[in-house]
Design a protein around this ligand. Structure first.
Ligand SMILES: [Zn+2]
Length: 77
């Protein structure tokens, strides 16, 4: 089940995990070789917290910490 932050953005996004072997050229090796690529999920740090809306009402919603740190929501005291 996909879940979203209160801002409307999806909590999970997809990307690749790249497995490399060998010694990098800048470290004196012959270079890195990619030996495998697998799909993975990047998850936002989403927490269920009580927030205070602009009209003063308090609501319990799922908010990602990125939005909270950006000041989009105010924590209810
Ligand atoms: Zn968010």
């Amino acid at each position: 089940m996909s879940s979203t932050c209160a801002c409307g953005k999806s909590i999970t996004s997809k990307g690749n995990r790249i497995i490399r072997k060998g010694l990098p050229k800048k470290k004196g090796g012959i270079g890195l070789h990619t030996t495998g690529i697998t799909r993975r999920e990047f998850k936002r740090n989403a927490q269920k917290i009580r927030i205070q809306r602009a009209d003063g009402s308090v609501e319990s919603v799922k908010v990602c910490m990125r939005c909270l740190k950006a000041g989009k929501y105010t924590k209810a005291t």
